[in-house]
Design a protein around this ligand. Structure first.
Ligand SMILES: [Zn+2]
Length: 299
Protein backbone atom coordinates (compact mmCIF):
# COMPACT_ATOMS: atom_id res chain seq x y z
CA UNK A 1 0.00 0.00 0.00
CA UNK A 2 1.20 3.51 -0.84
CA UNK A 3 0.99 6.25 1.79
CA UNK A 4 0.53 9.76 0.43
CA UNK A 5 1.54 12.82 2.41
CA UNK A 6 1.60 16.56 1.75
CA UNK A 7 3.47 19.13 3.78
CA UNK A 8 1.66 22.43 3.28
CA UNK A 9 4.28 25.07 4.03
CA UNK A 10 4.15 28.83 3.78
CA UNK A 11 6.52 28.89 0.80
CA UNK A 12 6.38 25.37 -0.64
CA UNK A 13 4.01 22.45 -0.86
CA UNK A 14 5.77 19.09 -0.81
CA UNK A 15 4.34 15.67 -1.61
CA UNK A 16 5.88 12.32 -0.68
CA UNK A 17 4.67 8.79 -1.37
CA UNK A 18 5.89 6.00 0.92
CA UNK A 19 5.54 2.28 0.29
CA UNK A 20 4.11 0.65 3.41
CA UNK A 21 4.97 -2.81 2.05
CA UNK A 22 8.64 -1.90 1.58
CA UNK A 23 9.58 -0.58 5.00
CA UNK A 24 8.26 2.94 4.18
CA UNK A 25 10.62 3.38 1.25
CA UNK A 26 10.18 6.75 -0.50
CA UNK A 27 8.61 6.10 -3.91
CA UNK A 28 8.20 9.70 -5.07
CA UNK A 29 8.79 13.20 -3.86
CA UNK A 30 7.93 16.52 -5.51
CA UNK A 31 7.29 20.12 -4.56
CA UNK A 32 5.58 23.24 -5.85
CA UNK A 33 5.65 26.82 -4.58
CA UNK A 34 2.68 27.61 -2.31
CA UNK A 35 2.31 31.18 -3.69
CA UNK A 36 0.14 31.93 -0.65
CA UNK A 37 -0.01 35.63 -1.61
CA UNK A 38 -2.38 34.57 -4.42
CA UNK A 39 -4.90 33.39 -1.86
CA UNK A 40 -6.70 30.35 -0.51
CA UNK A 41 -8.28 29.11 -3.76
CA UNK A 42 -4.90 29.22 -5.45
CA UNK A 43 -3.32 27.09 -2.69
CA UNK A 44 -6.05 24.48 -3.21
CA UNK A 45 -5.35 24.41 -6.95
CA UNK A 46 -1.58 24.13 -6.36
CA UNK A 47 -2.22 21.09 -4.14
CA UNK A 48 -4.43 19.50 -6.82
CA UNK A 49 -1.78 20.19 -9.46
CA UNK A 50 0.97 18.63 -7.32
CA UNK A 51 -1.07 15.48 -6.66
CA UNK A 52 -1.79 15.14 -10.38
CA UNK A 53 1.95 15.48 -11.13
CA UNK A 54 2.91 12.84 -8.56
CA UNK A 55 0.09 10.53 -9.74
CA UNK A 56 1.63 10.66 -13.20
CA UNK A 57 5.05 9.83 -11.79
CA UNK A 58 3.97 6.82 -9.72
CA UNK A 59 1.28 5.71 -12.22
CA UNK A 60 -1.28 5.54 -9.46
CA UNK A 61 -3.85 7.85 -7.89
CA UNK A 62 -4.15 8.18 -4.10
CA UNK A 63 -7.21 6.84 -2.30
CA UNK A 64 -6.53 9.17 0.65
CA UNK A 65 -3.94 11.79 1.55
CA UNK A 66 -2.50 13.05 4.85
CA UNK A 67 -1.65 16.74 5.27
CA UNK A 68 0.77 18.48 7.60
CA UNK A 69 -0.61 21.98 8.03
CA UNK A 70 0.54 25.15 9.70
CA UNK A 71 -2.07 25.69 12.40
CA UNK A 72 -4.82 23.26 13.18
CA UNK A 73 -8.41 22.39 12.33
CA UNK A 74 -10.61 23.49 15.23
CA UNK A 75 -12.36 20.24 16.23
CA UNK A 76 -15.82 21.81 16.76
CA UNK A 77 -16.09 24.23 13.84
CA UNK A 78 -13.82 22.28 11.44
CA UNK A 79 -12.26 25.63 10.46
CA UNK A 80 -8.50 26.31 10.45
CA UNK A 81 -6.96 28.40 13.22
CA UNK A 82 -3.51 29.47 14.49
CA UNK A 83 -1.93 29.27 11.03
CA UNK A 84 0.88 31.62 10.07
CA UNK A 85 -0.24 31.15 6.46
CA UNK A 86 -2.93 33.67 7.28
CA UNK A 87 -5.29 32.98 4.37
CA UNK A 88 -5.93 29.45 5.72
CA UNK A 89 -7.41 30.74 8.98
CA UNK A 90 -11.19 30.46 9.18
CA UNK A 91 -11.34 28.16 6.13
CA UNK A 92 -12.90 24.67 6.11
CA UNK A 93 -9.65 23.26 4.70
CA UNK A 94 -10.44 19.57 5.20
CA UNK A 95 -13.87 19.81 3.56
CA UNK A 96 -12.51 21.92 0.68
CA UNK A 97 -9.60 19.54 0.01
CA UNK A 98 -11.97 16.57 -0.04
CA UNK A 99 -14.18 18.43 -2.53
CA UNK A 100 -11.27 19.45 -4.79
CA UNK A 101 -9.47 16.08 -4.65
CA UNK A 102 -12.52 13.81 -4.43
CA UNK A 103 -10.92 11.60 -1.75
CA UNK A 104 -10.81 11.57 2.07
CA UNK A 105 -7.99 13.57 3.68
CA UNK A 106 -6.49 13.68 7.18
CA UNK A 107 -5.06 16.92 8.57
CA UNK A 108 -2.60 17.37 11.41
CA UNK A 109 -0.54 20.25 12.71
CA UNK A 110 3.02 20.23 11.32
CA UNK A 111 4.57 19.87 14.79
CA UNK A 112 2.42 16.78 15.35
CA UNK A 113 3.56 15.37 12.00
CA UNK A 114 7.18 16.03 12.99
CA UNK A 115 6.64 14.09 16.23
CA UNK A 116 4.91 11.18 14.45
CA UNK A 117 7.59 10.86 11.76
CA UNK A 118 10.45 11.03 14.25
CA UNK A 119 8.71 8.49 16.50
CA UNK A 120 8.15 5.96 13.69
CA UNK A 121 10.91 6.61 11.15
CA UNK A 122 13.52 8.82 12.83
CA UNK A 123 15.03 9.02 16.31
CA UNK A 124 12.31 6.69 17.66
CA UNK A 125 13.48 3.75 15.55
CA UNK A 126 16.10 2.97 18.19
CA UNK A 127 13.48 3.19 20.96
CA UNK A 128 10.58 0.98 19.83
CA UNK A 129 9.47 0.48 23.45
CA UNK A 130 8.77 4.21 23.94
CA UNK A 131 4.96 4.45 24.15
CA UNK A 132 4.94 8.20 24.69
CA UNK A 133 7.09 10.34 22.39
CA UNK A 134 7.17 14.11 22.65
CA UNK A 135 8.45 16.08 19.66
CA UNK A 136 9.68 19.53 20.64
CA UNK A 137 10.11 22.39 18.18
CA UNK A 138 12.42 25.13 19.44
CA UNK A 139 13.31 27.64 16.77
CA UNK A 140 11.71 30.92 15.71
CA UNK A 141 8.66 29.62 17.51
CA UNK A 142 8.23 27.00 20.21
CA UNK A 143 5.73 24.18 19.78
CA UNK A 144 5.47 20.45 19.92
CA UNK A 145 3.56 17.30 19.25
CA UNK A 146 2.56 14.34 21.33
CA UNK A 147 2.52 10.76 20.01
CA UNK A 148 1.15 7.91 22.13
CA UNK A 149 1.32 4.33 20.86
CA UNK A 150 2.17 5.61 17.35
CA UNK A 151 -0.83 7.95 17.26
CA UNK A 152 -0.96 11.73 17.42
CA UNK A 153 -2.87 13.11 20.38
CA UNK A 154 -4.32 16.28 18.85
CA UNK A 155 -6.43 16.96 21.92
CA UNK A 156 -9.87 18.25 22.82
CA UNK A 157 -9.26 21.75 21.36
CA UNK A 158 -6.58 20.74 18.88
CA UNK A 159 -3.88 22.29 21.08
CA UNK A 160 -2.31 19.06 22.37
CA UNK A 161 1.46 19.51 22.70
CA UNK A 162 1.41 23.34 22.58
CA UNK A 163 3.80 23.82 25.49
CA UNK A 164 5.25 26.96 23.82
CA UNK A 165 2.45 29.03 25.32
CA UNK A 166 2.70 27.75 28.87
CA UNK A 167 3.61 30.63 31.18
CA UNK A 168 7.28 30.39 32.07
CA UNK A 169 8.28 33.85 33.26
CA UNK A 170 6.25 36.01 35.62
CA UNK A 171 5.94 39.54 34.13
CA UNK A 172 7.71 38.37 30.97
CA UNK A 173 7.50 39.73 27.43
CA UNK A 174 4.08 39.99 25.79
CA UNK A 175 3.23 37.22 23.33
CA UNK A 176 1.17 37.40 20.13
CA UNK A 177 -1.19 34.90 21.78
CA UNK A 178 -2.35 37.64 24.16
CA UNK A 179 -0.51 36.47 27.27
CA UNK A 180 2.92 37.35 28.63
CA UNK A 181 5.98 35.33 29.58
CA UNK A 182 5.13 32.31 27.39
CA UNK A 183 7.87 29.70 26.86
CA UNK A 184 8.16 31.03 23.28
CA UNK A 185 8.90 34.53 24.60
CA UNK A 186 11.75 33.20 26.75
CA UNK A 187 13.63 30.41 24.95
CA UNK A 188 12.85 30.81 21.23
CA UNK A 189 15.76 32.04 19.09
CA UNK A 190 14.33 35.57 18.60
CA UNK A 191 13.44 35.87 22.32
CA UNK A 192 17.01 34.99 23.36
CA UNK A 193 18.41 37.49 20.83
CA UNK A 194 16.09 40.19 22.21
CA UNK A 195 17.21 39.39 25.76
CA UNK A 196 20.84 39.79 24.73
CA UNK A 197 20.10 43.10 23.03
CA UNK A 198 18.12 44.39 26.01
CA UNK A 199 20.88 43.60 28.50
CA UNK A 200 23.97 44.40 26.40
CA UNK A 201 22.69 47.20 24.17
CA UNK A 202 24.01 45.49 21.03
CA UNK A 203 22.64 42.94 18.59
CA UNK A 204 24.09 39.48 17.97
CA UNK A 205 22.59 36.37 16.37
CA UNK A 206 22.01 33.40 18.64
CA UNK A 207 24.96 31.66 16.95
CA UNK A 208 27.23 34.59 17.78
CA UNK A 209 25.91 34.73 21.35
CA UNK A 210 26.72 31.03 21.72
CA UNK A 211 30.26 31.57 20.40
CA UNK A 212 30.76 34.48 22.81
CA UNK A 213 29.42 32.29 25.65
CA UNK A 214 31.96 29.61 24.82
CA UNK A 215 34.80 32.13 24.92
CA UNK A 216 33.50 33.09 28.37
CA UNK A 217 34.44 36.77 28.18
CA UNK A 218 31.07 38.33 27.34
CA UNK A 219 28.97 38.43 30.53
CA UNK A 220 25.76 39.20 28.60
CA UNK A 221 26.27 36.17 26.35
CA UNK A 222 26.88 34.03 29.44
CA UNK A 223 23.69 35.39 31.02
CA UNK A 224 21.69 34.73 27.83
CA UNK A 225 22.78 31.10 27.51
CA UNK A 226 22.37 30.60 31.26
CA UNK A 227 18.82 31.91 30.85
CA UNK A 228 18.20 29.42 28.04
CA UNK A 229 19.51 26.46 30.07
CA UNK A 230 17.67 27.35 33.25
CA UNK A 231 14.30 28.02 31.63
CA UNK A 232 14.70 25.01 29.33
CA UNK A 233 15.22 22.87 32.44
CA UNK A 234 12.09 24.25 34.09
CA UNK A 235 9.93 23.94 30.97
CA UNK A 236 11.00 20.42 29.97
CA UNK A 237 10.81 19.14 33.56
CA UNK A 238 7.19 20.35 33.69
CA UNK A 239 6.42 18.51 30.48
CA UNK A 240 8.14 15.41 31.81
CA UNK A 241 6.23 15.51 35.09
CA UNK A 242 2.94 15.46 33.17
CA UNK A 243 3.68 13.09 30.26
CA UNK A 244 6.78 11.20 31.38
CA UNK A 245 7.74 10.40 27.76
CA UNK A 246 9.92 7.46 26.83
CA UNK A 247 11.61 9.69 24.26
CA UNK A 248 11.89 13.42 23.59
CA UNK A 249 13.10 14.68 20.18
CA UNK A 250 14.07 18.33 19.80
CA UNK A 251 13.78 19.96 16.38
CA UNK A 252 14.24 23.57 15.30
CA UNK A 253 17.28 25.85 15.23
CA UNK A 254 17.63 26.26 19.01
CA UNK A 255 17.41 22.46 19.32
CA UNK A 256 20.76 22.26 17.51
CA UNK A 257 22.57 23.69 20.52
CA UNK A 258 24.63 20.80 21.95
CA UNK A 259 24.58 22.25 25.47
CA UNK A 260 20.87 21.41 25.75
CA UNK A 261 21.79 17.72 25.75
CA UNK A 262 24.49 18.01 28.43
CA UNK A 263 24.09 20.94 30.84
CA UNK A 264 20.45 21.34 29.77
CA UNK A 265 19.79 17.73 30.79
CA UNK A 266 21.25 18.52 34.22
CA UNK A 267 18.84 21.43 34.58
CA UNK A 268 15.91 19.13 33.84
CA UNK A 269 17.24 16.79 36.52
CA UNK A 270 17.38 19.73 38.93
CA UNK A 271 13.65 20.45 38.57
CA UNK A 272 12.06 17.10 37.84
CA UNK A 273 9.86 15.36 40.38
CA UNK A 274 11.53 11.97 40.93
CA UNK A 275 14.38 12.74 43.28
CA UNK A 276 16.48 13.97 40.40
CA UNK A 277 16.34 10.68 38.53
CA UNK A 278 15.74 11.02 34.79
CA UNK A 279 16.68 8.47 32.15
CA UNK A 280 14.52 9.78 29.26
CA UNK A 281 16.55 9.88 26.03
CA UNK A 282 16.48 13.46 24.68
CA UNK A 283 17.72 13.44 21.10
CA UNK A 284 18.18 15.53 17.99
CA UNK A 285 15.87 14.60 15.11
CA UNK A 286 17.05 12.32 12.32
CA UNK A 287 14.76 13.20 9.42
CA UNK A 288 15.62 16.88 8.92
CA UNK A 289 13.22 18.73 6.61
CA UNK A 290 11.49 15.50 5.64
CA UNK A 291 9.74 14.96 8.99
CA UNK A 292 6.68 17.04 8.07
CA UNK A 293 5.90 15.32 4.79
CA UNK A 294 6.69 11.81 6.11
CA UNK A 295 4.51 12.47 9.17
CA UNK A 296 1.69 13.56 6.86
CA UNK A 297 1.99 10.30 4.89
CA UNK A 298 1.88 8.32 8.16
CA UNK A 299 -1.47 9.90 9.12
ZN1 LIG B 1 2.02 32.89 23.93
Amino acid sequence: MKLWGIDLGGTKIECAVLDADKNLEVVARMRLPTESARGYEHILSQIKKLIDMVSGEVQEKPSKVGFATPGVLEPDSQLMKNSNTICLNGQPLKADLEKVLGIPVQLANDANCFALAEALMGAGKDYPAAEVVFGVIMGTGVGGGLVVNNKIIAGHHGIGGEWGHNILEENGEPCYCGKSGCVEQVISGPALERFYERTSGSRLSLKEILEAYQEGKNEHAVATIERLLEYYGRAISTLTNVLDPGLIVIGGGVGNIDLLYTEGYERIRKYIFNKGVITTPILKPKLGDSAGVFGAALL
